[in-house]
Design a protein around this ligand. Structure first.
Ligand code: GLV
Length: 322
């Protein structure tokens, strides 16, 4: 009998929904580590549905290993750059993601990184923890004033970018944005000015990335773009690591070409460029932007709901593809 394969255990609510499906459920048995490629190729054999994570590469080899009865790959993430959509379409396999349910959680962390990197909060925490002598001083850990009319540049104003814009508007920031929604009604109401990337980079005090990873956005921010930013500027990335040329970012941070960065994602995740770990002017998070309890539950339940729909002969709820 075909099964539903989950490459990691999800929240209890999502697991209960998965176990209520009509097919048996097989779950990778390590909560903290993804299956190895060999484990994955082996475990998907004969599956009718896969619930995958961004740590799983879903390509022609994996789809063929599953077999012709495979109907759906439900990626439990809004990003789907780990899935070869062409290979799935060629085999008649639906692909879904989890849009909409993680916008606020991701925007919270993106804005948290804006504040942490601008006001040097993690550096300040490290100073206190170090036990070093410190006393209030007019020059101690001075950073960028976010709320004093600083300009936020949002690269890729989609759902998450718009949620970030709402937070920025509440902080009184001037907002520039690229992306199709930058001239939409909500953006206009928030005071967003549509801008091409060169102007956005030149005028922003903080640049935050919210575009998907595609061949067009790979290394969208490289040495030239970092040079185009103000030397006082901050870069925040909660999108995907390869949108930024990480080696160029290390250079820019080291030489103070830009003032700082806040990163949740990395070019060769989970590896982090060793140069980043040595620098004080970057805040480093382990890809946790959507890691709110309710958000992770909603993501898991939506992935399972997509599987239920497709196995029941209905259209997927949140398809991606071409
Ligand atoms: C997380 O990075 C996601 O794409 O959901």
């Amino acid at each position: 009998m075909a099964h539903v394969y989950l490459s990691r255990e999800l929240t209890p609510g999502a697991m209960a929904a998965a176990r209520a499906l009509d097919l048996p459920v097989v779950v990778h048995d390590d909560l903290h580590r993804p299956p190895s490629r060999e484990q994955l190729l082996d475990a998907v054999r004969g599956a009718a549905a896969l619930i995958t994570l961004l740590t799983d590469r879903v390509d022609a080899e994996l789809l063929d290993a599953a077999g012709p009865q495979l109907r759906i790959v439900a990626n439990c993430a809004v990003g789907f750059d780990n899935v070869d959509l062409g290979a799935a379409a060629a085999r008649g396999v639906a692909v879904t993601n989890t849009p909409g349910v993680l916008d606020e959680a991701t925007a919270d962390v993106a804005f948290g990184l804006v504040l942490a990197a601008s006001r040097r909060l993690v550096e300040a925490d490290r100073l206190v923890r170090s036990g070093a002598d410190w006393v209030w001083g007019p020059q101690l850990l001075v950073g960028l004033d976010v709320s004093a009319g600083a300009t936020l540049g949002i690269v890729g104003l989609g759902r998450v970018g718009t949620a970030v814009a709402r937070r920025a508007a509440a902080f009184g920031m001037r907002i520039l944005a690229t992306g199709s929604r930058a001239s939409g009604d909500e953006a206009r109401a928030l005071g967003v000015e549509p801008a091409e990337l060169p102007r956005l980079l030149a005028e922003s005090d903080v640049v935050t990335l919210h575009c998907p990873l595609t061949p067009e956005t790979h290394h969208l921010i490289g040495a030239a773009e970092l040079t185009a930013m103000k030397p006082t500027a901050i870069l925040v990335n909660t999108a995907r690591g390869p949108v930024v040329d990480e080696a160029a970012l290390v250079d820019a941070l080291r030489t103070r070409g830009i003032a700082g960065a806040g990163l949740d994602v990395y070019e060769h995740e989970p590896r982090v460029h060793p140069g980043l770990r040595e620098l004080d002017n970057v805040v480093l998070l382990p890809h946790v932007a959507s890691a709110g309890r309710a958000t992770r539950d909603a993501m898991g339940r939506l992935a399972v709901a997509n599987v239920r729909a497709v196995l029941g002969g209905e259209p997927p709820l949140t398809p991606v593809g071409r």
